[in-house]
Design a protein. Sequence first.
Length: 378
Amino acid sequence: MRILTVNWLDLANPQAGGAELHFFEIFSRLAARGHAVTLVTSGWPGAAPREHVEGLDVRRFGGRYTFALRARGAVRRALNESAYDLVVEDINKLPLFLPTCTRLPVYVVVPHLFGTTAFREAPFPIAAAVWAAELPVPAVYRHCAFHAISESTRDDLVRRGVDPAAIRVIYPGVDAAALTPDPATPRAERPTFLYLGRLKRYKGLDVALRAVAIARRLVPDIRLDIAGRGDDRARLERLRARLDLGDAVRFRGFVTNEEKRTLLRRAWAVVFPSPKEGWGLTNVEAAACGTPAIASDSPGLRESVRDGQTGVLVPHGDADALAGVLVRFSTEPRVVQILGEGARRFAETLSWDRAAVETERHLLDTMSHFSERSKGQR
């Protein structure tokens, strides 16, 4: 297949996150299987306008905040310059409504749509624009195939009016060979918990800090490591000061893959207090390392965490409930061990190779269905 893909960021972008990892884990494998994959994406200061990344021909236009203005024109140019079999749009920011740019079949990857959660992150005018931009998705993409990364995302699409028959759920994978438990890297001596991801207001990290403050009344040596970058760091640092948490909460900033593995192995659990995710990749990366997760009982996260088997789900926004689980894990290390073993077994059922093969099959099915429909319209 000759595939033209569109994603707001590519894996080399300093702002790349879980959605970009998901995209590249799958489409780099498709490129390795012989498919030609071109990616139209945004750039950043100093970025090369064109280069090969993980087997993909990456073409960069505009920046993080101007890509929406340039993407559709860039897609049209790419379609005029080369022949493609289908177009893939990864909707993990604003939808670009690419079915209006081409008569080729359009395949839509949806980690999750923001909905009203946009108002937790952005100022009202921006959040309202994101919310409004998602409203036409069922109508504009009515003839498209949808790749949802969880049943939660599928349910959200159906509630919005997308035909259930157009949606296929393909769970993300995890590199369970690189991310493994390591006897040489035991858990931290003190009960230490980990958040790994972007520091964004909607991620709910303020709840985690409040929970740590509550839990430390019973277990004073609890710690929370926060690894990642984002524009919410300053606010969270001010909250840490107001709660008098000191070095009980440590901001580690960007971490390398090796540092990430060490942090995941040493943590007593990862903490993911977000109100809504497509899946929760950090939870399964921790699971692969034999580390359980404590997460909000919210869409997406309740699929990447098996409550009572690979971790514990708590009501979103309930700092007292989260603190209770932190205390339990800190005082009952046997629970951490049992859940960690269950988490590893769960991670071993997931693989990126499987996700890539299922995506390849879905893409081929999409092309076949489009061809049959086109014949019927003649």
